[in-house]
Design a protein around this ligand. Structure first.
Ligand code: GDP
Ligand code: ZN
Length: 309
């Protein structure tokens, strides 16, 4: 049988099949996953093959399908081993509020490049549009244009009035979704508007440079009534805790790509080099100034140079 692991306790796993049946499963003996040295052989989100055991009704997981992506972090501060938080995530959804509290474009760009590094497509959700005055409305339209041009899906909605929520539901239907955004932007309100009654534990990853506490709580996937899942990641504070080298950052600013290949130097950092096609594109307004400023801030600040573990 085939299914998706939607909950893990470390010793057994809850697997949901496509027919929406649930099975408690174990793994038998040594279970090897290729490539990563992780403390957990199976993570929430994993697609697995399993067989039903006659005796106790439990299932036994026989194999795991290749992961399309995964969130990972070091198991403990000094460990070389890692803990896989969740895998096969379809969308990292950043909830943004431009009224109050105000999400900065720096926060958005850090989130987006982190998601790129994890190979997870992002959706930008501008919440609280019921509070938009004309100034915020203009700003929102400007930002939506910037990010849509890069290729990101952007939605404007109000968790409070429900306006625009159906469009988001359509997008996330039958997908595995991770909601994120800093405190107060309306994640809980939005999730409740998507599926009333769905209570996440800590709801949700908020991207931060805080050195998160190293609790080993397990993530969980909550099925949506209309199909798909929302991932809950209790105890996980930082989505941004990933080992980046500053040299890698330009490739996660997706719109830099087509210019970067035309820079005079192949290892151009797009900061001071002569004949830098990225800087030229910024000067021609082909690349948004805000994106370039955030790029400079990111490669210069200790967010990447300081290793969190
Ligand atoms: P979270 O910390 O991201 O989970 O944010 P909450 O869902 O707790 O929302 C924070 C505050 O913003 C609460 O007072 C909500 O009622 C309010 N809020 C959330 N969404 C909206 C919205 O679309 N419009 C308005 N006006 N307020 C909202
Ligand atoms: Zn350059």
């Amino acid at each position: 049988m085939e299914g998706i692991v939607i909950k893990s306790t470390g010793s057994w796993y809850l697997v949901q099949t496509q027919e929406r049946n649930f099975y408690n499963c174990k793994i038998r003996g040594r279970f090897k996953t290729k490539g990563i040295q992780s403390t957990n052989p199976i993570a929430v989100g994993d697609e697995v093959s399993f067989s039903k055991e006659k005796e106790d009704g439990m299932g036994v997981i026989n194999s795991i399908h290749p992961r399309r992506n995964y969130l990972i972090r070091k198991a403990t501060k000094l460990s070389s081993r890692s803990h896989i938080i969740a895998s096969n995530i379809d969308y990292a959804i950043i909830v943004i509020s431009l009224a109050f509290p105000r999400t900065s474009s720096g926060f958005i760009d850090r989130f987006l490049i982190t998601a790129e590094a994890y190979h997870i497509p992002s959706i930008l959700v501008f919440n609280k549009i019921d509070l938009n005055d004309s100034e915020i409305e203009n700003q929102m339209n400007e930002w939506m244009e910037i990010y849509q041009k890069i290729g990101y899906n952007c939605l404007a909605l109000s968790a409070k009035t429900g306006e625009g929520v159906d469009a988001l539901k359509k997008l996330i239907q039958n997908k595995t979704n991770l909601f994120s955004g800093h405190s107060g932007v309306g994640k809980s309100a939005l999730i409740n508007s998507i599926q009333p009654g769905l209570q996440l534990k800590t709801s949700i990853v908020s991207l931060s440079t805080e050195k998160g506490t190293h609790t080993t709580t397990f993530a969980e996937m909550h099925p949506l009534d209309f199909g798909g899942y929302i991932i809950d990641t209790p105890g996980i504070k930082g989505f941004g805790l990933i080992d980046f080298e500053p040299e890698e950052v330009p490739k996660y600013f997706l719109e830099f790509g087509k210019y970067a290949s035309k820079c005079k130097f192949t290892n151009c950092s797009h900061t001071h080099e002569p004949n830098c096609a990225v800087i030229n594109a910024v000067n021609n307004s082909e690349i948004a100034q805000s994106r370039y400023n955030n790029y400079l801030a990111i490669i210069n600040d200790d967010y990447f140079s300081e290793k969190p573990y």
